[in-house]
Write a protein that binds this ligand. Structure first.
Ligand SMILES: *[C@@H]1O[C@H](CO)[C@@H](O)[C@H](O)[C@H]1NC(C)=O
Ligand SMILES: *[C@@H]1O[C@H](CO)[C@@H](O)[C@H](O)[C@H]1NC(C)=O
Ligand SMILES: *[C@@H]1O[C@H](CO)[C@@H](O)[C@H](O)[C@H]1NC(C)=O
Ligand SMILES: *[C@@H]1O[C@H](CO)[C@@H](O)[C@H](O)[C@H]1NC(C)=O
Ligand SMILES: *[C@@H]1O[C@H](CO)[C@@H](O)[C@H](O)[C@H]1NC(C)=O
Length: 545
């Protein structure tokens, strides 16, 4: 979380718009388009004020730019199609915010039910568990091939963790199979009795999934070394570990991109890659989408150019934050602190969450940010919280929230609602910290979760969160605490029950098992989702069977 609070401030997710005549024309077109669309959406909805439109424009212009860029993987998309995607986006958003109005009808609560159960078979009682899939005889012909790569693309990067310039050592962060060090708990800490067994709790850094998922997949029971019988090809390139060595130096961008280029060259020579033309191939990238699309010849110095390389166009990319406009990107949960090694440990935690005394009505945690980067929503939420006796603020420092993740876990266990205002980018690790502790996340934009974690969270965001449109709060100072206090107790109970059911598939279980493990975790659900998607694609005519 530290990086999210302190360092992602340098993130260029919402890069300022530079004006050129071409861009002005595009922007004007877009503004007119949004305006017309708004007229269509309905007069009864409160006006979409300019701050509502501005972030959308910035994002849109960024996408338009990347679509224009001939070297971009988005090169085949025209600005027009980008705009219509944006339009759909806004349409959906406004639809959701209408539903959010608190006249919760019985119809809505029915949706809540089906929302969760129809998700990728979470139900512990349904019998569809990972145990079935994990036994080799149940692989169902669906085998995973892991590329054996030259060590410079993974092992060597991990080995050099002490030596990353411009960044503190990440050796601790990638230890324990990518989960980090165990949470140091003093006997006197009230959380010690809850965070059990200690071997399941880690100080997990949010950007280490490249290592953690590789380690986990190495133990998968449906692996194959024969590419001819594989349905999914996993490429364990630790690109973000490489990137972070120079990310904060901003000196020589071509040096920063060198290994990525070598990687593309290497993968292009591989027979399975050539045969499938990059389809069915999966790359896990540890950071957010926006960190990998630095254009060539632009003034931005943030991130890498990996995803602007046309060679990777057919690869499916997994990240903690995807681009809602790119179907080849898949959002996977941020890693949290809990990595159970047995079903018993998992059930015990679910019990702790279910029975926790939630004496705090609402909470919010976060570091300080500059308004320029985060917009007014974050400030407004903190301000409203400070002004309410029912809301508690945790002002995070590295020591308070990162060195001691139990601060955030405790907050989640004690609170009914956890406010999740967007930071530098829409998603936050806090959303998963809060779900893990059974605290209902209060979200302010569709891009925070609903459009992100398509495999892991139900399509209906209202089944596990409360949504309050960002503009209502940031622009019209809509009272969040008042909104929350009008939610009926029965609805709260329902949300809490849904979250506890979802919990197993949002966490990354320990590859080292200490007992039987039958629930599907985030990796199982991701693999299922990918295999299903590849199946559909090959039926649709891709040369990938
Ligand atoms: C907006 O949503 C409505 C109802 O879901 C749909 O009929 C309409 O086509 C959508 N408009 C756009 C521009 O996507
Ligand atoms: C630091 O890492 C680089 C590779 O990134 C390596 O060549 C160099 O020898 C390392 N230096 C030390 C002191 O370990
Ligand atoms: C930047 O890095 C590239 C690749 O390592 C190197 O060829 C080039 O000389 C470097 N440029 C400068 C100005 O150091
Ligand atoms: C992506 O796949 C298509 C076929 O579906 C193929 O024509 C194209 O060359 C592939 N692109 C790359 C960069 O491999
Ligand atoms: C604080 O709350 C009171 C009443 O609850 C309200 O009148 C006042 O406007 C609020 N102040 C701010 C800065 O939100």
């Amino acid at each position: 979380m530290a990086m999210q609070w302190h360092l992602r401030a340098q993130n260029r997710a919402y890069r300022p718009v530079k004006f050129s005549i071409g861009r002005c024309i595009t922007l004007s077109t877009f503004i007119i388009f949004v305006f017309l669309l708004h007229l269509r959406i309905g007069a009864d909805r409160r006006t979409i004020e300019s701050p509502n439109v501005v972030p959308a424009i910035i994002q849109a212009s960024e996408r338009i730019e990347s679509a224009r860029n001939p070297t971009s993987s988005a090169g085949t998309k025209t600005p027009i199609s980008e705009l219509s995607t944006v339009a759909q986006e806004i349409n959906v958003t406004s639809a959701i915010s209408e539903v959010t109005d608190l006249g919760v009808t019985s119809e809505t609560s029915e949706v809540l039910d089906t929302g969760v159960t129809s998700a990728t078979s979470v139900d512990p009682d349904s019998g569809v568990t990972s145990a079935n899939f994990q036994r080799p005889e149940n692989c169902d012909g669906r085998r995973i091939f892991i590329y054996q790569m030259p060590v410079e693309f993974n092992e060597q990067l991990a080995r050099n963790c002490h030596n990353w310039s411009g960044w503190r050592s990440m050796c601790e962060d990638i230890s324990n199979l990518g989960f980090g060090v165990n949470i140091p708990l003093r006997k006197s800490d009230p959380m010690t009795s809850l965070l059990q067994p200690p071997s399941a709790w880690y100080r997990t850094e949010q950007f280490t999934l490249e290592v953690a998922i590789h380690e986990r997949l190495k133990t998968h029971s449906c692996l194959t070394t024969n590419p001819d019988e594989a349905s999914l090809f996993y490429i364990p390139f630790y690109h973000s570990l490489d990137l972070i060595r120079t990310l904060y130096l901003n000196d020589n961008l071509s040096a920063r991109d060198l290994l990525g280029q070598r990687f593309v060259k290497w993968i292009s020579t591989q027979a399975p890659w050539q045969r499938h033309q990059g389809h069915r191939h999966v790359l896990v990238l540890g950071r957010i989408y926006w960190d990998y699309i630095r254009g060539i010849g632009t003034d931005s110095t943030w991130g890498s150019n990996l995803l602007t390389l046309p060679e990777l166009g057919n690869v499916t990319k997994l990240f903690i934050e995807r681009s809602p406009w790119k179907s080849d990107t898949v959002g996977i949960p941020y890693p949290t602190s809990f990595h159970p090694g047995s079903e018993t440990d998992l059930r015990a935690w679910q019990h702790t969450v279910r029975t926790s005394k939630r004496h705090q009505f609402a909470s919010v945690a976060g570091g300080t940010r500059t308004k320029k980067l985060t917009g007014s929503i974050r400030d407004e939420v903190f301000k409203q919280c400070a002004n309410s006796t029912k809301c508690k603020q945790v002002r995070c420092t590295h020591e308070l929230c990162v060195t001691k993740p139990q601060t955030i876990i405790q907050m989640g266990l004690e609170s009914v609602f956890c406010l999740q205002p967007p930071g530098d980018s829409p998603t936050r690790k806090g959303i998963f910290d809060s779900l893990q502790a059974g605290c209902i996340p209060v979200l302010f934009h569709e891009h925070q979760a609903v459009q992100q974690y398509l495999f892991h969270l139900p399509g209906n965001g209202l089944s596990y969160s409360v949504m309050i449109p960002q503009d209502d709060v940031a622009v019209n100072h809509y009272d969040v605490m008042d909104h929350l206090s009008r939610i009926p107790r029965s609805r709260i109970k329902k949300l809490q029950a849904n979250i506890i059911k979802l919990l197993p598939q949002l966490l990354y279980r320990n590859p080292v098992l200490t007992g039987e493990y039958t629930s599907k975790d985030a990796v199982d659900v991701a693999i299922d989702g990918l295999l299903e998607r590849f199946q559909v694609q090959s039926v649709g005519g891709h040369p990938s069977s």
